[in-house]
Design a protein around this ligand. Structure first.
Ligand code: CDP
Length: 222
């Protein structure tokens, strides 16, 4: 197993940005697991399927095109909502498990470690992760960040609608029977509500560094 940093948390909490920065800092590979669920949802929508129907959702997971992970289409709130529906279906999660575990076992580019962000990384995908973080922020702050993010993409939305959607999606993610969003007991909690990106990154680094530095040293010793 490589060195693994598991980053879980609520929607638009800043976990993706932190995961990317942590990966760059340690020279680790990064996987946004949410993109897998979003790509699954996109495949279902493009095939005119129903994201709540198991057969359609499973076909989406089996036909998703990872080359489209950078496609801005997957970042829309419609796809985000559909991602939450497909993510509640056990067969979909099972279909996406191997990809995620292989990524962690052998991070691309021969890198010694991987950072993965999502909802169930520290609890289900990598319960033995070297270090775990749980990222959260007050809902109003997260809605504002999502509003800003969508605006940059040229999408104008009402902030109040985004807040309602985020709250609904979090509630669904936390209450589903399969792989619910929950803070792992050994995850460090980081609330980014009142922190800018640099301060949030410094706090994340403080939480994970001791474990990661010691794992890297063990590796060098062989
Ligand atoms: O960017 P945002 O935080 O809004 O969402 P995301 O991380 O891209 O995830 C979109 C949806 O996929 C979530 O609402 C979850 O329902 C689902 N998801 C999941 O179930 N498990 C993961 N490891 C990652 C995402």
């Amino acid at each position: 197993m490589s060195i693994v940093i598991a980053v879980d948390g609520t929607a638009a909490s800043g976990k993706g940005t932190l995961a990317k920065k942590l990966a760059a800092h340690f020279g680790f590979a990064h996987l946004d697991s949410g993109a897998l669920y979003r790509l699954t949802a996109l495949a279902v929508i493009e095939a005119n399927g129903d994201p709540k129907a198991e057969a359609d959702a499973l076909r989406g997971a089996q036909t998703l095109d990872f080359n489209r992970a950078g496609d801005p289409k997957i970042r829309t709130d419609i796809v985000g909502q559909a991602a939450s529906y497909v993510a509640a279906i056990p067969a979909v999660r099972a279909a996406l498990l191997d990809f995620q575990r292989s990524f962690l076992a052998q991070p691309p580019g021969g890198s010694p470690g991987a950072v993965m962000d999502g909802r169930d990384i520290g609890t289900v995908i990598a319960p033995d992760a070297t270090a775990k973080l749980y990222i959260d922020a007050r809902p109003e702050i997260r809605a504002r960040r999502r509003w800003q993010e969508l605006k940059t993409m040229g999408i104008r939305r009402e902030e109040g609608d985004l807040l309602r959607e985020l709250n609904a999606r979090d509630a669904a993610d936390k209450s589903r029977p399969v792989s619910p969003l929950v803070q792992a007991p050994d995850a460090g909690l980081l609330d980014t509500s009142d922190l800018g990106i640099d301060a949030a990154f410094a706090a994340a680094l403080d939480l994970v560094s001791p474990k990661i530095e010691s794992a890297l040293k063990d590796r060098q010793r062989g």
